[in-house]
Ligand binder design. Structure first.
Ligand code: ASP
Length: 430
């Protein structure tokens, strides 16, 4: 008799065969099989001729692993926040549950034990799309605790959707960081054959083990092959694909390093901060802050700007070179644009309004065309900056939280590598 968790072959009445793991079924009329692609397939029992067990779920799998901390290896705290990485299917419920104790982590990724000594705990269990400024503060405080415990590095497992916001946020919060903080996610869950969790995690461990890097970074797959990961600058990186394992790309700069997960680290740009005895200081986010993020689009309405009148700041994702906004009344069909201009003028006199570009790459230049010059005249900020829209949003919120009287001035100071020192037109998606 087959049980949940067994690997089975289902023979259907039309003699087609389906192989997979037998899962919990919520309906008594069907069996559910997890395919090697990771998808669950419900098969109506009427259409099943036979189920053969190919491999029984081994019951003694849960035998406790003994952690042996090895002399000479760095100690790394793995802090779990949720997302798909480091989760496993629970065969009783069919749910994907986090596996976060050091024993569980080593059981899933035994190679890691050869590279670092692992400490690990769950600090949140949340999809990254649900995160807010309070989570950034929470994470930073947990990082501070580990720094006080004198760990050599920190790996944060995190959902991928907003990982680039979190990496920027932590960079701004953690002043004088003197250990590596590496965010790692996975695009495919750990129970799927094509998962990227293992290589991303092992690469993060190897990078910490083999370098004296001491900043915040993201470590994710470099390409479609399962060989290398890249170490991305925390404020110059972005998720650019919904599903590919190499979804993360740098913007306007090159990655810091390439990790050949099996054996070595290759430094691509060594201008990162190294270890040198600094004392960590936290500059947290104001949790009740209201910062908006609005994308310019054809047929935009002045009402959309008005919505932000009681906000503390606004990032406007405009078009092209200047982050252009629809503010010119050029013919009788563009009367609304004049109203948008008036609303923006009012808003920008009350709160910081920061323009970024939908093109993502390149820098904002408001000096070239008349729209850009008009934007500057009404007080819109962002000229000559090259921040990603997400980093601009985080930086604006962080400045409003920590330096509210110096927002305008500090926006154009490169505080955490969020602005390119020299911008090369060659730094574009390859
Ligand atoms: N929606 C998920 C998240 O960002 C996706 C993932 O885990 O990668 O948390």
């Amino acid at each position: 008799m087959s049980k949940e968790g067994d690997i089975v072959e289902v023979i259907k009445s039309d003699n087609s065969k389906i192989k997979g793991i037998l899962m919990h079924s919520h309906s008594k009329d069907s069996n559910v099989v997890k395919l090697s692609s990771g998808y669950n397939l419900a098969i109506n029992k009427n259409k099943i001729k036979n189920i053969t067990i190919l491999k029984k779920l081994s019951k003694n799998k849960k035998e406790k692993i003994k952690i042996k901390h090895k002399k000479g290896l760095k100690t790394v705290a793995v802090l779990h926040t949720g997302g798909t990485i480091a989760s496993e299917v629970d065969y009783e419920t069919g749910a994907v549950t986090p596996r976060f104790s050091p024993e569980e982590l080593i059981e899933m990724f035994p190679e890691i034990e050869e590279i670092i000594n692992v400490k690990s705990r769950l600090i949140a269990n949340i999809s990254s799309e649900d995160m807010n400024f309070s989570h950034y503060n929470l994470l930073a405080k947990e990082i501070e605790k580990e720094v006080k415990e004198k760990v050599d590095g920190i790996i944060i497992t995190h959902g991928t959707d907003t990982m680039h916001y979190t990496s920027a946020a932590l960079s701004f919060i953690l002043e004088n960081l003197d250990i590596p903080v590496v965010l790692v996610g996975s695009q495919r869950s750990s129970d799927r054959g094509s998962t990227d969790a293992k290589i991303n995690l092992i690469s993060a461990a190897r990078f910490i083990a083999e370098t004296d890097f001491s900043e915040v970074t993201i470590c994710m797959h470099e390409n479609m092959e399962d060989k290398t990961c890249l170490i991305f600058p925390a404020c110059k990186v972005r998720k650019m694909h919904t599903s590919r394992r190499d979804a993360f790309k740098t913007v306007n700069v090159k990655p810091w390093a390439r990790v050949h997960y099996k054996d070595r680290v290759e430094i691509l740009d060594s201008r990162f901060r190294k270890k040198e005895n600094r004392k960590l200081k936290l500059n947290l986010f104001k949790e009740n802050l209201k910062v908006g993020f609005l994308k310019a689009h054809p047929n935009m309405k002045a009402d959309e700007i008005r919505m932000y009148s009681n906000f503390d700041g606004l990032v406007l994702e405009g078009y092209g070179m200047a982050g252009n906004l629809p503010i010119n009344k050029t013919d009788k069909l563009t009367a609304e644009n004049e109203m948008i201009l008036n609303e923006l003028k009012k808003l920008a006199s009350k709160i910081p309004v920061l323009a970024v570009s939908q093109t993502i790459f390149g820098k904002i230049n408001m000096n070239v065309y008349s729209t850009g010059r008009l934007m500057q005249e009404i007080g819109i900020l962002g000229n000559l900056l090259d921040m990603t829209p997400e980093t601009a949003f985080i930086k604006l919120a962080w400045l409003l939280s920590n330096h509210p009287t110096q927002v305008k001035e500090l926006l154009s100071h490169n505080l955490r590598g969020e602005l390119s020192i020299r911008l090369n037109e060659t730094d574009f998606i390859e």
